[in-house]
Design a protein around this ligand. Structure first.
Ligand code: FAD
Length: 481
């Protein structure tokens, strides 16, 4: 029989569970992807992620064509398109990998029903997480809501029952349906076709790019990850997040590459590798929360947090969004996001804390903004990160923790290399002032080309006052729990 593999957030041929299962069960395989115009034009995606997915679809199609096959690229209603293709090529089954996003779950239930009603067998697999949401539970069967015990259990399962990468490309290669039999389907679109402006500066998609980032990270960075990961100027992280989002590299490949390396490592380098693997486990942790507590997609995890009295002030919102708050580390971070479609993790924590605590903004507004501007925008990790920062989430920062943006800058960007790279007005400002340029004496401001109010804004809020206000407002909702 012939099977369709419906690709979604798994745009690769290797280490792909659905593709592997299809290869085991079928004589022939065709790979399909369905473009969803309302999603592509809607508010939940922005240019960097759309460009990344289209890039990756192009690379995937090329790879399939090199093997004499093709990517069946369809556009429109999922079940209608898949059923039409299945009838045309006489497919009997559809294999796909599950997505935990509550909207995707609801959509997939409907699609599955329609496919079955059309006489197709449907097989859903776990692929985008290392352990599925029901694989790592407490003894009582309840889900974990705290990371550290989750990780302990995750490690124990890993030791007992590892899931090595699946050799799906090798298994499926000889079974891929010929290009003529698939027939003509859509061209890979450009972001502009759906109203998004593309940019050379956004992360580049495709499996080959993912592998080359991994290689570079293994060569230069993983051993020192624990020490260097918090410094945005050092750029000591893998940049694999958009690839994990679009599935251009498999999570099993990453976990097992790190585990093999850790087995041979000692001392600091072992710590670096374990710390990095811990981040991949954070990813699984936030993914499983979405399955067990889907309400977090719209509501704070901590119910008392619904009483927080947020403020929405357009002037402050615009300053945060545009990187003109007057706090260099916050502004440089937002400029990085707005221009490159990616932001360093430490900076995500700083700007999220600043928006929710200093400006008393609703974390959901910040979360939505990130969703439209990150190439790695992912509901689970984004929501988890925002709810952590705003003290509304599971295992979150305590509500009275309010990052001091000046001290954060001085600690993680000590010589100002990162803020200078993003903000031209700070280039000449000496390091001791670079994270608080408003304290420069006026004569020096002129000398260094950083006159406050002309070349660079004055801080929009005073840190000490804002901190006190945040603790009062958050404390009123969360303080007496
Ligand atoms: P590395 O440091 O190399 O880490 C490796 C991988 O581990 C990452 O690619 C990512 O898949 C995963 N990871 C790392 N940190 C986390 C984390 N805290 N939570 C979950 N997974 C993690 N990550 C996203 O992938 N998409 C998002 O939309 C997203 N939004 C965030 C919003 C906020 C407010 C915060 C604080 C964090 C957010 N993160 C998000 C997590 C993290 O910032 C990024 O995954 C990381 O910066 C990506 O860079 P990297 O690939 O170089 O990471």
């Amino acid at each position: 029989p012939l099977s369709l593999v419906w690709l979604r957030r798994d745009l690769r041929l290797d280490d792909n569970v659905a593709l592997r299962r299809a290869a085991e069960a079928s004589e022939w395989i065709a790979c399909a992807f369905v473009l969803d115009p309302p999603l592509l034009r809607g508010p939940r995606v922005g240019p960097p992620i759309v460009q990344f997915f289209f890039d990756s679809l192009g690379v995937l199609r090329e790879r399939l064509r090199q093997q004499g096959s093709d990517l069946a690229l369809l556009e429109g209603d999922f079940s209608g398109e898949l059923v039409r293709l299945a009838r045309r090529i006489d497919a009997r089954a559809v294999f796909y990998n599950v997505d935990y996003d509550p909207d995707a779950v609801a959509r997939d239930e409907g699609v599955e029903r329609a496919l079955r009603a059309a006489g197709l067998d449907v097989h859903a697999q776990t692929d985008h997480v290392y352990f599925g949401a029901r694989d790592v539970l407490q003894e009582s069967g309840k889900p974990y809501t705290v990371y550290t015990p989750y990780r302990r259990r995750w490690n124990a399962r890993f030791d007992a029952e590892p899931h090595p990468p699946v050799a799906s490309e090798r298994a499926a290669g000889p079974k891929l349906l010929a290009r003529d039999a698939i027939g003509a389907t859509c061209e890979v679109p450009r972001p502009e076709d759906y109203g998004h402006a593309s940019s050379e500066r956004y992360p580049r998609g495709g499996s080959a790019q993912a592998k080359s980032l991994l290689r570079a990270f293994l060569t230069d960075e993983i051993d020192t990850y624990a020490e260097r990961r918090n410094a945005p100027a050092l750029d000591g992280t893998s940049h694999l997040s958009p690839h994990l989002r679009a599935g251009t590299i498999g999570i099993r490949t990453l976990v097992h590459t790190a585990a093999k390396r850790a087995a041979a490592a000692r001392g600091a380098s072992r710590t670096g590798i374990d710390t990095w693997t811990g981040e991949l486990v954070w990813r699984d942790f936030y993914q499983q929360l979405l399955v067990h507590f889907p309400r977090v997609a719209h509501q704070p995890f901590v119910e008392a947090a619904t009483a927080i009295a947020y403020e929405r002030d357009e002037r402050r919102w615009n300053a945060w969004r545009d990187g003109t708050t007057g706090y260099p580390i916050v502004d440089a971070a937002m400029i990085q996001l707005n221009t490159t479609g990616w932001m360093h993790n430490r900076l995500r924590m700083i700007v999220a804390s600043f928006y929710t605590k200093h400006l008393l903004g609703d974390y959901r507004d910040g979360e939505r903004y990130f969703e439209r501007h990150l190439a790695d925008a992912d509901l689970a990790a984004n929501n988890g990160g925002w709810q952590w920062s705003s003290s509304t989430g599971t295992d979150a920062a305590p509500y009275f923790r309010v990052f001091n943006p000046t001290l954060q800058g001085e600690k993680f960007d000590p010589d100002g290399a990162f803020v200078r790279a993003m903000i031209p007005a700070l280039v000449k400002v000496p390091s001791m002032y670079v994270h608080q340029p408003w304290t420069l004496p006026p004569l020096l401001q002129a000398e260094y080309g950083c006159v406050i109010g002309r070349d660079y804004p004055a801080p929009i809020v005073d840190h000490a006052e804002a901190r006190k206000r945040a603790i009062d407002v958050y404390g009123a909702a969360l303080g007496r729990r």
